[in-house]
Design a protein around this ligand. Structure first.
Ligand SMILES: Cc1cc2nc3c(=O)[nH]c(=O)nc-3n(C[C@H](O)[C@H](O)[C@H](O)COP(=O)(O)O)c2cc1C
Length: 364
């Protein structure tokens, strides 16, 4: 049977009501709250749940203070952080959507100002901190980068624990899905790619060594995350770096097979953002990353969510119907239109497959 955008999707023991997911998008909106969620998160994520998307994924959420991109990032390293997220999670569920959270550590891309403040490196005197990374490969800022420390094995073990603890806090907050962020040049991706991982210990060098830390994170998270709840991972399928060694689609296919064997239920396939030396990055036009997800889905036989340049209902529906992906993960179009899913059902002529919230019924 052909799946469509509004057919349900079974992931682990959960039934997702439709195949439209809200892509994780940093909001940098925890002003002076040290990573605690605010009303902004409730309204931002809550309105996308009201809009009918099957899964609402909260932004890259730091598992530790030094894993934040900016001081205003969302964090999840204490019971208090879990409590602050609970009203948002409960609201998402009340709308029939499934709440998920992306857990992340920003590695060498941490400690900077927000994009609308220039995204410039923050020094400790300005509220920044020293960053950790697999190897001494600083982000090539125009200004002086934050101080960098190469991770020891003790740091690696501690970070694995931080991911595990964050998964427990996510459960405590009521989230039903975790997505691990292993893309976009953040810490897990930095270990995967030989461009940023130049280690000569058991965490660097060969493919097996470079995947060791992300695999440990998955194992640790799986120990506390219930098997009935989906575990997803976002990867960058390629670094878009042609000169020298880098992360490629071929390695992604191998990695994803290992992730699936370790119990990952869906791979969210993005690309790039490892380093500005990247070349030949495609224009972020329609479906610009779909071919990567499609290849991974075929070759690795795992459920795939595809992201990037998906803006119209027909386009989204065609991706699912043609089995190019199991779900569409939509970012910027959800910023323009929180009710994308409701509007999509209307445009595709399948209004019966989704319900507007009762208080809005007069508008339909
Ligand atoms: C404002 C903004 C914040 C983002 N933050 C994150 C994030 O927290 N985690 C992540 O994996 N990707 C993040 N992204 C990337 C999006 O999730 C998405 O992959 C990208 O925008 C491409 O999809 P789109 O064309 O549908 O927007 C962000 C993108 C935007 C526009």
């Amino acid at each position: 049977m052909v799946s469509s955008l509004f057919s349900s999707l079974r992931l682990a023991e959960l039934t997702i009501p439709n195949r439209i997911f809200v892509s994780p998008m940093c909001q940098y909106s925890c002003e002076d709250r040290d990573g605690l969620a605010t009303n902004w998160h409730l309204v931002h994520l809550g309105s996308r749940a009201t809009g009918g998307s099957g899964i609402v994924l909260a932004e890259a959420t730091a598992v530790a203070p030094d894993g934040r991109i900016t001081p205003e990032d969302l964090g999840l390293w204490s019971n208090e952080h879990a409590e602050a997220l609970r009203p948002t999670v409960e609201f998402i569920k009340s709308q029939g959507s499934i709440p998920g959270i992306q857990l992340s550590h920003a590695g060498r891309k941490a400690s900077k100002t927000r994009p609308w403040e220039g995204g410039v490196p923050l020094q400790p005197s300005g509220g920044g901190w020293s960053v950790i990374a697999p190897s001494e490969v600083p982000w090539p800022y125009d200004e002086e980068p934050p101080k960098m420390r190469v991770m020891t094995e003790t740091d690696i073990d501690r970070t694995v624990e931080q991911f595990r603890d964050a998964a427990e806090y996510a459960l405590e907050a009521g989230f039903q899905i975790i997505e691990l962020h292993a893309a976009h040049g953040y810490l897990l991706h930095e270990f995967l790619s030989p461009y940023t991982n130049r280690r000569d210990d058991k965490y660097g060098g060969s493919f097996e060594n470079r995947i060791r830390f992300p695999m440990k994170v998955i194992k640790a998270v799986s120990e506390v995350w219930p098997a009935e709840n989906p575990l997803m991972v976002r990867i960058s399928a390629t670094d878009w770096i042609e000169e020298g060694e880098s992360w490629t689609l071929e390695q992604s296919v191998r990695l994803v097979q290992r992730f699936a064997d370790a119990g990952v239920d869906l791979i969210d396939v993005s690309t790039g953002a490892l380093d500005p030396v990247a070349q030949n990055i495609p224009q972020t036009g329609p479906n610009y990353q779909v071919p990567f997800g499609e290849t991974i889905r075929k070759q690795a036989d795992v459920a795939v969510g595809t992201v990037g340049g998906i803006t119209s209902p027909q386009q989204a529906d065609a991706i699912v119907r043609n089995e190019r992906a199991d779900a569409v993960i939509i970012g910027r179009e959800h910023l323009r239109d929180p009710y994308f899913a409701l509007h999509a059902a209307e445009e595709l002529g399948v209004e019966d497959e989704i319900e507007w919230p009762d208080p809005y019924a007069y508008a339909v």
